[in-house]
Design a binder for this molecule. Sequence first.
Ligand code: ZN
Length: 182
Amino acid sequence: MSFCIQCGHPATQKKPLGDQKDRAVCDNCGKIHYENPKVICGALVTHEDRVLLCRRAIEPRYGLWTLPAGYMELFETMEQGAARETREEAEAEIQNPELYCMYNIPRIGQIYVLFRAALMGGQFGAGDESIECALFDEKDIPWHELAFPSVERTLRHYFIDRKTNQFPIHLETLGSRLDGTG
Ligand code: ZN
């Protein structure tokens, strides 16, 4: 049983007129509750050939390393979302964000948008959601302790692209694990 976010009455699964799919439709006020993919914005932040990673202090994937990233908020741009997540997770500011990797993860209804960016002033800390943050050389990347497939994909693209200093946008569709974290 689900309830209307507008009036609190029970909502029933049914096909609205002209729709192809069942939606939760309020029995009282008729509000249709659409569910759409969520956008996750993040940044591959670099400084002097090293990449900024954050060790997660939250579930899922507690203790594993990730790029700063998180759900986009209403009323912000994707770049602002990436900058905000970097500020929250790594206490760092980014410069010159450039669109880099986009991942469809249709099975769990997520879209990842990752920017390449420079670390302003080389300064960072560790936000509340991070145990620690650190800059990694390619040879030191903890490949077996990365939190999400999207993180690994992005890092692999980066180290390949860096050899030629060409950074095309990578658009890919990723599979996912059942726990809904990509
Ligand atoms: Zn309602």
